[in-house]
Write a protein that binds this ligand. Structure first.
Ligand SMILES: CC(C)(COP(=O)(O)OP(=O)(O)OC[C@H]1O[C@@H](n2cnc3c(N)ncnc32)[C@H](O)[C@@H]1OP(=O)(O)O)[C@@H](O)C(=O)NCCC(=O)NCCS
Length: 168
């Protein structure tokens, strides 16, 4: 039985990190050095800080996650600093559970959190070469709004955003 909830104290940060590694391995194999391909547990924790981490769990096993962060004061991605814009990252579903609607559910949960907190858009970014992800986001209502070049990344990222319409 799967449940969606906030990350809690008893959840393993190492387990969450290994889930991220498993999910992002495909992107790593494409030569895209996303942080989550091989980040240390300390980096997972740091990337959760200041935001809200949602997980999908099957008992104590984590099978999916997303972090949604309020508008950044400072960020290499200018779009993430715009008033009313929340941002999502560290988005993953265990490969064994992909394609079953869990990702959509997590993104919707992040959108709900952002809307309830008064944000008017949820933005996300992904490597321009990851066309399967760009298609996925576009299918879910996200539109291309800009670009960002993260330090140390071999790719340019596309920024996509979705308006959070009241009562939608
Ligand atoms: C991206 C990811 C989180 C999506 O989770 P998921 O549980 O597999 O996604 P879902 O089953 O909920 O599918 C979501 C939607 O995207 C669509 N989709 C899924 N894979 C797709 C693909 N390769 N190309 C286009 N659309 C796709 C689905 O059809 C679905 O739309 P629909 O409900 O209208 O049919 C998951 O695949 C993953 O962990 N990937 C590796 C890590 C990653 O890429 N993270 C994001 C980095 S920006």
């Amino acid at each position: 039985m799967l449940e969606i909830r906030k990350l809690q104290e008893s959840d393993s940060i190492l387990g969450l990190t290994l889930l991220l590694h498993r999910a992002y391995a495909r992107l790593g194999a494409m030569g895209l050095n996303y942080t989550a391909v091989d980040q240390a547990p300390e980096v997972t924790e740091k990337r959760i800080r200041g935001g809200n981490c949602f997980v999908v769990a099957s008992g104590s096993k984590l099978v999916g996650t997303i972090v949604v962060h309020p508008t950044y004061v400072e960020n290499a991605c200018e779009y993430f600093t715009r008033s009313g814009v929340a941002a999502a990252h560290q988005f993953a579903v265990d490969p064994e559970h992909q394609g079953a609607g869990i990702g959509r559910m997590l993104l919707q949960r992040a959108e709900r959190w952002a809307k309830e907190a008064g944000f008017v858009e949820l933005a996300i970014d992904t490597a321009e070469q990851a066309t399967h992800l760009v298609e996925l986001y576009e299918r879910l209502g996200y539109r291309h709004v800009g670009w960002v070049q993260w330090p140390g990344k071999v790719y340019r990222s596309m920024v996509l955003s979705k308006p959070l319409v009241a009562n939608a």
